[in-house]
Design a protein around this ligand. Structure first.
Ligand code: FES
Length: 144
C-alpha cells in the first residue's frame, strides 16, 4: 500500500505555518508580563470605599484585607479606635506581618519595623506605611 505524503512544497508551507503559530504563541506568552507591567493599576476612586464588619476586628487584633487591589490591614488598638494602613512595606514592597506580642509590624524581608500607626521604628524602610481614612457606620467599619 503506497504511503500518502504531501508534496515537498506543501509540507514546507505546513511546517512554516506550524512554526509561525508556535513562535507567535511563545512571543505572546513572553510579552504578557510586560504588557501587564505597563497597564495602569485599579486605584479605585471616591466610590471605592469598602466595609468590614466590626466583629471581624476584635480589640488588639489585625485584620488583613484587599484594598484597591493591594494588601491592607485594619487594627483596633483600643476598643472603638480603628486604624487602616497599607500592608505593603515601603522598602521593597514585601507584605508586613502584625506581631500581637509587641504591638508592631515586622517586615519579613529585611527586618523593617513599623509602629501600629505605620511609623518606621527600625530597619531599612524609608517611609511610614500609608494610612487610609476610617469611619464607623453602625456595625460596619468603612475604609476609604
Ligand atoms: S521590603 Fe520591607 S524591609 Fe525590605
Amino acid at each position: 500500500m503506497p504511503e500518502k505524503t504531501l508534496p515537498p512544497d506543501q509540507r514546507r508551507r505546513y511546517l512554516l505555518a506550524m512554526l509561525g503559530a508556535v513562535g507567535g504563541a511563545l512571543a505572546a506568552m513572553g510579552a504578557w508580563p510586560l504588557v501587564r507591567f505597563f497597564m495602569p493599576r485599579d486605584t479605585g476612586g471616591a466610590g471605592s470605599a469598602i466595609e468590614i464588619p466590626r466583629k471581624d476586628v476584635p480589640p488588639g487584633s489585625a485584620h488583613f484585607f484587599d484594598y484597591r487591589g493591594r494588601p491592607a490591614v485594619l487594627l483596633q488598638p483600643r476598643s472603638g479606635e480603628f486604624l487602616a494602613l497599607t500592608a505593603v512595606c515601603t522598602h521593597l514592597g514585601c507584605i508586613v506581618k502584625w506581631q500581637d506580642d509587641v504591638g508592631e509590624f515586622l517586615c519579613p524581608c529585611h527586618g523593617g519595623r513599623f509602629s501600629l500607626d505605620g511609623a518606621v521604628l527600625g530597619g531599612p524602610p524609608p517611609a511610614p506605611l500609608e494610612t487610609f481614612p476610617v469611619t464607623l457606620k453602625g456595625d460596619q467599619i468603612v475604609i476609604g
